[in-house]
Each structure stands twice: as C-alpha cells, then as structure tokens.
Write a protein that binds this ligand. Sequence first.
Ligand SMILES: [Zn+2]
Length: 491
Amino acid sequence: MNLLKDPFISTTDGKVSLKDILTSNKDYQLQYFFDETQLAMLQMLSSLSTVVLKPTAKELNYYLSDGLSAEKYDELLEKVDSKWFESERFMRLAFSSKAKVADAPITKLVSGIECGGSANALGLFSESSKVSVCCPDCTHVLNYNLHMNIKGECFGPTGATGIRGGGSISTLISGENLKSTILLNTICVDYFNEQAHLDDDSESRVMWDCPPISDIYSAPKIGLERGLFALAYYIDFSVSNKQCTCDICGHTAEQSVTTFQRVKFSGAYGSTKKGRDSGAGWWLHPYTPRSVKEDGVYAVCARDQNWQSWQELTSYVIGKDTDKTSVKPAFIINQFQNKLSIDLSLNLLVGGNIADQGSIAGRVYDLYAMPSSLSKNNARISLVIDAGLAQKERLSLAFNKIFGVGYDKNFVGGIKSQAIQKFTSNAQQIIQQILLDVDRKESGFLRKEAIEALNKEAQSIFKSVQRKYQHDLPLFKALVKGEYVLYKADN
Ligand SMILES: [Zn+2]
C-alpha cells in the first residue's frame, strides 16, 4: 500500500485514496470513531497533499477554484520519490538490536484512553476496551498522532517530545467538504519559504530516509516535508495475519495490529527546554499557534481542564500581544488571510488535548464559523469574543462581594469558581452560535446580540446561586450587592 496512491482513507463510502478525494467531486466524509483520529487524519492528509502538489499560492488558488484533474495529480506524483510513502516505510525507522524497546498496546495511541502504568499518566476518559485492535491502514494515522499530537509525558520516561512540542493545540481551516478542507490546509511552498527562515542548505529528505544525527535538531536545517513528518521515535507495528474489525475506522481487514514498539530519539527539537536553551529555534509548524516569549517560542497548549477554546479565539485568528507574550496565529491561518482568495463560507477548527503534565484532562474539537473574508471582517470575531471576556470579568467582580462576608475563603472561592466555570463552558455554545451569522450581520448588531445572550447567561447563573443561598442571610446580602455589578450598564 502506498499512501500517495492507494485507498487507505476510511470514509462512509469505504476506503478511498488521496487522489480520489482531491480529484473527484464526490462529497466524502471521513469515518473514524474518535475526533482525535479525525483531526490527525486532516493534518496528515493535508501534509501528504503538500508532498504531491507542492503548490505555489497561485497554483493552490487555481486548484481551489477550478479543481485538480486526475491526470494532473498523476503528473505531479511522478516528480515525487513515492517509495518513502510505502506503508512499511512511512514514518518508520528500525531501532538497533541493542536498543531497549518499549512495547505497548495500540490503545496508547488514542490519548483519551487510559492504559498507562505510570503515576503521571492518568485521568483519561474513554475505556481501554474500546480500542484493542486496528487494521494496518490505521497504523499510519495512529503513528502520525503519536508524533504530532500526543504528549511525550503520557508515556513516562519512554516518551519523546516531537517537533510541535507536547500536547499543542491545532488550528485548521475547514472548508465546505473534505476536498476543500485538505486543499485549504495544503501548504504553499513559496509562502512557506518566505516565512520559515530556513537555511539554504536545509535538508528536505524525510527522516526515515535520512535520520537526524546531531543532538540538537536545528529548525533552520529542517525542510518543509521533513518537518511535516518529523520523527521523535524509531517505531514499528507488528502485523499479524488475523482478520479483524478495526476499532479505529470500523472496516474489516485481513490483517490486524494490536501492539507497537518504540525507542525514542536522543536529540532535541526547539520545542523542548533543552532545544530552546541550545538555540535550536522554533520550526514553523503550519497548524500550530504559538506564543513568542523573551526566552523563546512555545506551542500554544490548553492546560486547564475548564479551558474553553472561545476565550483564545481572537489570538488564534488575529494574534494577541501582552507585555511579555505575543500569540501568533498558525501559519495556515496567515496563509489563508494573505494568499488565498476564495469566496466560500468557512469554519475554523480548533482541536487538541487538554494536558496536565502526563495526564490528558480533556479534549477540544470546536468548529467556528468565520467570515469569508478573514482579512476584512476579522474584527467582527474579536467583538464577539471581547463581549464574552468582558461578561466573564463582570461575573467575577459580582462574585467578589461574597469574599467580604467573613466566611472560609475556600468555601466562597469554591462557589465563585464553580459559577465562572459554568459560564465559560456555556458561553462556548453561545459564541459558536452567534458566529454562524458573522457574514450576514453587521458588526454593531453582532456585538449587541453577543452582549445580550452572554449577559442573560451570566445573570441566570448568578440567580441560581442566589436561590441556593437565599436562607444564608450574610451570603445572600453580599450577592444582592454583587447583582448590582452584574446588571449595571450593559453597553
Ligand atoms: Zn482501520
């Protein structure tokens, strides 16, 4: 099986190839049981599409507007050294016979599932019995997910940190169908070269063709294709000739896989402390928003269990500067804003794990409607998000009144933080809903609508707390004072 030629992608119409998706007008839907695998698949397919098409911005705009013919795909594929994308080679490197090999069930490649023994790898939320066997085709996306998305700490001392850092958030552009989504996340080589600041002698061969040898993996030396599939482990999957129904994609297969073996790379990327301190530099991973600090560049991660993606949406789309940190949107968002000219309604997909040291505390997989012209209308997004953040702040101020009652700080602090969490979580849906109209409604109206809906939500949460403590006179009186803060001047 070859990933650039053969059908290995699971869809509701059976398995199809990358060429099938990119060159037909059929509306294929990916079929993977976990949103985590679905997200990894979108990243991997867009990266594979980059390998075949290697488009300039002009060419990508053409493929988006006029389509890509099967003949053109074949013509472009001829220029690619496709043997590196054969299934037994893709993203795989044999470990030396002397290496200490870590062996694990494939369950570990879906990070929402707990099966780790280390004290630091728990708190996951699906049952491990849900994934015990997969088809050989699905090993590729699981392997990709391990290298790009799963935090090394989830594997204890045998875990490695890849080129994107551990547990980083991904942002992708989501088009009207699978084909346009993959094209919209395909990287324009001319724009990438302009932005990535690579050295003239950067290595573009993939790492399973030409493994890195130094201790520090210097970012300017890593070419586009090498970086898109950068390895952090020597890895192998043992395939047995036993029929299975795949727990990842649901298809039946003649062969099956239940375990994988790995040995981590000994060098460090600029995404790690060692790499940063040694000046490896940040490799411009196209799907990763990043924060630029005095001591280096970090991938944006979600660490708090109660975190909701709407709070950071403005920085993912436009960027945000504070005193010490500047958050930059992912390259792919900038590419869309600056280089692509299409008139379609689009969504922004924000996905990833919420990681806390070695544990995965939650999952993010949120879609936001975006204005068709991101460069012209992105101010509308910030208006809505700012309304949400202002309302959250006001709710917090309203609850601060209960700290003056003289009760135990943990007790009143608990009341407050529970209410704020509830607001943050409910606001997620409200904001996604309001942004559905981002193209149709004018900004003043959009802002007013956001303020009204979010204020109503904050008031309803506040009222339910008031009701709960109506017989506790000191607390109730403090809440009445807080109510004033919440209700005053809404605009
Ligand atoms: Zn499968």
